[in-house]
Design a binder for this molecule. Sequence first.
Ligand code: C2E
Ligand code: MG
Ligand code: MG
Ligand code: MG
Length: 287
Amino acid sequence: QAKAQPGRKFKAYRPELREELQAKQLMIADLRAALERNEFELHFQPFVDLRRQAASGFEALVRWRHPTRGLVGPATFIPLMEEMGLIVPLGRFVLIEACRHAAGWPGNLTLSVNLSPVQVKSQDLVTVVQGALRSSGLAAERLQLEVTESLFLDDAEGVLGTLQRLRELGLVISMDDFGTGYSSLGYLSRFPFDKIKIDQSFVRDMNRDENIAIVRAVMGLGAAMRMSVIAEGVETVDQLMRLEQEGCSEVQGYLFSKPRPASDLPKMLMEIREGFRTGRFRRPAET
Ligand code: C2E
Ligand code: MG
Ligand code: MG
Ligand code: MG
């Protein structure tokens, strides 16, 4: 087969690839410098409790305030930082900074922080979490850590041990992007997560029967295993209504707010309160 496509062999010598490699090297150097220069900052996106009709907490989402390129999203730099091990110092910064902010919020609001698999597998995660709680004074019960299914791809035993130790500190462990990874059901039974986040891909098109079926199945799983369920990526009132119909009572998405800087927190709380009061999150009554 290879003979039939002689050009293939020389793919590695394409000049574009050389450029890509150089661009990657530059980006790595840039990211190291960015860590030293403190160019990373956190934005926060609310979780909304539909029963109480109020924000229940915020998820911290990291951004890179690049000197010339402006605000850069995590999708462009997290994979590279994981590859280079830079995610460990970045993750430490995120935990400390997020807890520091959250300690100043009203006491009924929780904080959720994303963890990279690389971070969970690093030696000192539990110590870092304890340190962030101690230095900020945030109660462990108000901290939630989000992990993804890819975490279990290798060294599942070690990972389960770390999650167990984190849980013993009193904090909440939630499974992010649920339904997009591998062997999730097996791990759910071995490690009872406190919470599952239904991935936004299932929420996006709730007009499709199969997506409604998936949401319904996850709700059932949550009830059976005593895990709470939150749906992410809610953008429309229509999606919200369908989720409510399925019994989902906690949601997150652009309908309520995009992730915004910490200074916008009071504004986000106010907008959500107003949104419920004025019926912005309700379908207009058919009369
Ligand atoms: P995630 O944890 O699943 O976060 C949800 C992502 O979806 C966020 O993108 C958020 O801005 C976006 N989103 C929220 N609501 C909506 C919506 O209604 N519609 C749409 N289209 N998107 C919505 P973001 O901030 O770009 O983060 C992307 C991913 O990067 C996160 O996915 C998370 O896996 C990772 N990430 C972000 N911050 C951190 C961090 O501090 N540490 C680690 N390890 N990963 C992080
Ligand atoms: Mg998340
Ligand atoms: Mg997610
Ligand atoms: Mg995601």
